[in-house]
Design a protein around this ligand. Structure first.
Ligand code: SF4
Length: 968
């Protein structure tokens, strides 16, 4: 791979010079698969006899060999874990709710086993420490300190969340025991358990297949790995090879050498560290250039250009296998593939394409949405909504099944402008439509429904050739496998309702990546993640996306074991273990490189990038290496689509300035709806709020029925409660008021419909309006029942902010002030809590993982309703009249209001320590919310951030400007 010797070539050379006679009886262990492939390639070139090759293994395959176990699939492990919890009567949740935290617990078990921590002691101690205050004769001082510090966060009176946590810990030792006993009996497990099994059975029989071991290129080791290496070292000839450089080995502050410096003090490793360490990073000449870019595409383009230059400079001497492209951020995969010079289109990569980005996956999501839509009270029985049908038929595999039929159907739906289409009309059109347009009744076999559709599409697509299709064919095959596995494994556990099915399916599918159709070769350019580069050397190193959070990575996957307990028990933490490994991978790549090109996103760029990686700051200020640093101007390029990019010129900036408050004067305000529009698509924001383009009169088939229902609902609710309001003072609403209100519902609905649909003329009910009236009545009665339970309460206001403007000011860096305005459907007060209630007629969810997610444009299903309600709550909190109260955001959505335990509160899932995740007072989240809001507002005003089109084509389907964008 390299003109001078690479690390692996040096190792092979030394092995042969010292042990050629024993080489065939030797086993070489390397950290990863790519290292194994390259090592084997070098050995094959070096060895004269093919029958005298050593055995070369990854650490994982060696562990599996030694343990004689097989790795079980995550799904199978989770099913067994779920059943184990149920045996202990702990977990009453459905499987799909368990799936998320079960996976987290599985990771904890894995790491506990790899670190040889006694789970019984860890879990039991933690529980007992709190409840019984037992003496800890077997805990070190650090462990005791960690436990004490952890429990300090628990108050004297435990919240229900903390009690649940304690209960979980109480049952965990037994669950772990039963779970692992069963796995060991079946000879299957997860990797950590394989380590544990080997460690618990260290005996000479393990040595039977090994005469001589060479352990090559490791860094941080889990205790189980280290003890195993040391044990083999004691029993058979075992040598260690470390790939090190003086730069981080001789500097005790350099995290890259943290574990290696510790290793060299240990008796079994000591002799293998050869002094003085080579000093390649600082003494061998290399060219290092950093590029800062505002966009991901800009980063990929600059690397594409550099590669092109390299090919031209080197001509026939150019060797692709001397080039590595490392993606610190996997979002750069597609931009990088597009940006490769045409001569280098074929790369070897293990990175995959997210299945959730394929049209085949979108079909499943569209079908799930279709099934939800036909269950809405507004949808007549035996009919399907046109808008959902159009979205579905636009997906590539369906178009390929029968392009003409799909186009004709879409065309006729648009021209006829019918909101709902009878099922029997659709199913008469084709075999595929018969499968697609089924109404899944409760108890229906949902997986079979999808399997049937995918089978038909796969059979049809199999006969067609097109550039777009290989990935979709792969996606369909993968989906078919997932559905079959779901059907076989989980069928009995899963409550077969659509909601449960959807939740589980999404969790299973989310992590799947499809292998890209790239050449797999050791001789081509390698496109890798940073940890895959361990032990490999390249002359030309290109690293993209080197921002803090990417490298070092913030790969927090959640854990039940709190940080200070992990520390106390010697379990790895992100800040030492992961950061040290990432630093090592990075510096190690520099050791033998001649040219290093590194890109990172500008911190104020459109992708909310964090700072440049600290490793780059270290290189700049500590290494004394000559480093060039450039900024790439923003540009957007894709080879196939001509995007619309609106740079902010003088006129636009002036228009934007209208949102800034000048000397106390407000010209324009920003609303939650405007901010949501910006986050959906900044170009749409531009059309709507800067150009103030009128919405085209009949742009698309829009579900006007849903919009109309929403506004009727709002109006009826306002009229009903307005009758209880008192002039100039808040009204106290009692239970008997609700009873009285229920009697008026029918009349108020009739009045509202007459005004809106018949201009106050006598009602001539048409079928459709009769349905609307019935549905409205049902929904509104239900809201009154919910309110009756909540009564008595004080009605503070309806449509608060409509008459008298409700405005809050937000101060940006540099002193600019933005006025944010809200109109809140309803505000009520009970005890010390003001509820900010937003009525929603859709299926908006009421939980979000983190506050940050509300601002994350990459989330295809960003929780807009929560964002809106939180912003209302925040605006209200800023008003001195309400500042002394707790302000609780809430959503009353007509879809879930019929659930027996309906609760309008909004939940932040990861904040489990605050009120069980419910937001009881916006103040608790104010800092986080304001920090994200500041980034958003700064970006809107930023002269260097253009307005661009969204990548989420789903938004375009209902966007009034989609003809301008040609996304129709
Ligand atoms: S059609 Fe799509 S890209 Fe164009 S403005 Fe609308 S949402 Fe944005």
């Amino acid at each position: 791979m390299h003109t001078s010797h690479t690390f692996l070539e040096e190792v092979v050379q030394e092995l042969y010079s010292k042990h050629e006679a024993d080489i065939a009886n030797s086993t070489i262990i390397l950290p990863n698969k790519k290292g194994v492939e390259i090592f084997q390639q070098i050995v094959r070139k070096r060895s004269r006899k093919t029958n005298s090759l050593p055995q070369v293994l990854t650490l994982e395959s060696w562990i599996l060999d030694l343990s004689k176990m097989k790795l079980a699939s995550t799904l199978d492990l989770l099913i067994l874990l779920y059943e184990t919890f149920q045996k202990h009567h702990f977990n009453k949740e459905s499987f799909e709710r368990f799936y998320g935290w079960g996976a987290m617990l599985l990771q904890d078990f894995d790491i506990i086993d790899k670190c040889l921590v006694d789970p019984k002691k860890l879990f039991a101690n933690l529980y007992e420490q709190k409840v019984l205050t037992l003496p800890d004769e077997y805990l070190t001082e650090a462990q005791q300190e960690a436990i004490k510090s952890f429990w300090k966060t628990f108050e004297t009176r435990l919240s229900s969340q903390q009690q649940d946590f304690l209960q979980l810990w109480k049952v965990l030792p037994q669950v772990y025991d039963d779970f692992t006993t069963q796995l060991l009996k079946d000879n299957i497990g997860y990797l950590g358990l394989c380590y544990r099994k080997i460690y618990d059975n260290l005996e000479v029989a393990l040595l039977a297949n090994y005469e001589r071991l060479f352990i090559v290129g490791f860094n941080a080791l889990h205790p189980a790995e280290e003890k195993l290496f040391a044990w083999f070292h004691r029993h058979i000839p075992t040598e260690f090879y470390w790939d090190v450089d003086a730069y981080y080995m001789n500097d005790e502050n350099q995290e890259a050498g943290y574990y290696l410096r510790e290793h060299q003090e240990k008796s079994y490793f000591q002799a293998s560290f050869k002094h003085p360490f080579p000093a390649r990073i600082q003494t061998e000449p290399k060219k290092i250039i950093f590029f800062e870019s505002n966009t991901l595409i800009g980063q990929a383009q600059i690397i594409g250009t550099r590669l092109q230059q390299l090919v031209e400079e080197q001509g026939n001497n150019f060797k692709p296998n001397q080039v590595v492209i490392v993606l610190a951020d996997e979002a750069l995969l597609l931009p990088m593939l597009h940006a490769l010079p045409s001569r280098l289109q074929s790369v070897s990569t293990t990175l995959g394409y997210p299945i959730t980005h394929t049209a085949s996956y979108r079909i499943i999501e569209q079908l799930l949405a279709l099934q939800v839509a036909i269950r809405q009270p507004t949808c007549p029985a035996g009919y399907f909504p046109s808008q959902s049908i159009i979205g579905l038929l636009q997906q590539t595999p369906i178009k390929y099944y029968n392009q003409e039929l799909a186009t004709q159907t879409i065309q006729s739906l648009i021209e006829n402008y019918s909101r709902y289409i009878p099922q029997k009309v659709l199913t008469s059109l084709s075999e595929l439509y018969q499968l697609l347009f089924k109404c899944l009744l409760p108890g229906a076999n949902i997986t079979q429904y999808f399997i049937d559709i995918i089978s038909l599409l796969t059979a049809e697509l199999g006969t067609k050739e097109d550039l777009l299709l290989p990935l979709e064919k792969q996606a369909l095959t993968q989906l078919q496998e997932e559905f079959s596995q779901l059907q076989q494994s989980v069928g009995l556990l899963l409550e077969v309702d659509l909601d449960s099915f959807t939740k589980l399916f999404r969790q299973l599918i989310q992590p799947i990546r499809l292998p890209l159709n790239q050449k797999s070769s050791l001789d081509g350019i390698q496109l890798m993640r940073i940890w895959e580069t361990a032990n490999l050397d390249f002359e030309h190193v290109f690293i993209l996306g080197m921002n803090e959070g990417n490298l070092p990575a913030n790969r927090s996957q959640g854990s039940f074991i709190p940080y200070n307990l992990r520390k106390g028990y010697g379990l790895p933490t992100l800040d030492t273990f992961q950061a040290s490994l990432d630093a090592y991978y990075f510096y190690r790549l520099l050791q033998r490189a001649k040219q290093v090109y590194i890109t990172y996103g500008a911190p104020s760029g459109a992708n909310n990038q964090k700072e440049m990686s600290r490793y780059l700051w270290q290189l700049l200020y500590e290494s004394h290496l000559p480093i060039e640093k450039h900024h790439i101007p923003a540009s957007v390029y894709t080879p196939t689509i001509h995007p619309i990019v609106i740079q902010k010129d003088k006129a636009i900036l002036e228009k934007l300035e209208e949102f800034v408050v000048r000397q106390g004067e407000i010209t324009r305000t920003l609303t939650p709806a405007a901010l949501n529009t910006y986050m959906d698509c900044s170009l749409k924001f531009y059309f709507c709020y800067i150009l103030e383009l009128k919405i085209p009169s009949k742009p698309v088939v829009e579900d006007t029925g849903t919009i109309r229902f929403g506004s009727l609902f709002h109006e009826v609710m306002e009229k009903l409660y307005a009758s209880l309001q008192l002039p100039n003072q808040p009204a106290v609403i009692q239970i008997q008021d609700m009873i009285a209100l229920k009697k008026q519902v029918r009349f108020v609905i009739a009045q509202t419909l007459a005004k809106n649909l018949y201009h106050d003329h006598d009602l001539q009910w048409k079928g459709e309006h009769l349905i609307e009236q019935e549905v409205l009545q049902k929904v509104i009665n239900r809201v009154l029942v919910v309110d009756e339970k909540y009564a008595p309460f004080i009605l503070v206001g309806l449509e608060l902010g409509k008459q008298e403007r409700l405005i809050a000011y937000f101060k940006l860096k540099g002193g600019r002030i933005i006025a944010l305005r809200g109109i809140i459907d309803r505000v009520d007060l009970k005890e010390d809590t003001i509820r900010v209630i937003d009525y929603k007629t859709g299926s908006d969810e009421k939980y979000v993982d983190t506050i940050k997610d509300l601002f994350d444009r990459d989330q295809s299903k960003r929780k807009k309703a929560i964002f809106q309600t939180l912003l209302y709550a925040w605006i209200l909190k800023k008003d001195v009249k309400y500042a002394a109260y707790k302000i609780m955001p809430g959503i009353m959505n007509t879809r879930s209001i019929f659930e027996p335990n309906f609760d309008p509160r909004v939940m932040v899932k990861q904040e489990t320590d605050k009120e069980g995740g419910y937001i009881a007072d916006i103040t608790d989240y104010q800092d986080e919310f304001e920090a994200e809001l500041a980034i958003l507002l700064e970006e809107i005003l930023d002269p260097h951030t253009p307005f661009i089109q969204t990548n989420n084509l789903l938004y375009c389907t209902t966007c009034p400007y989609n003809r301008i964008c040609q996304r129709y």
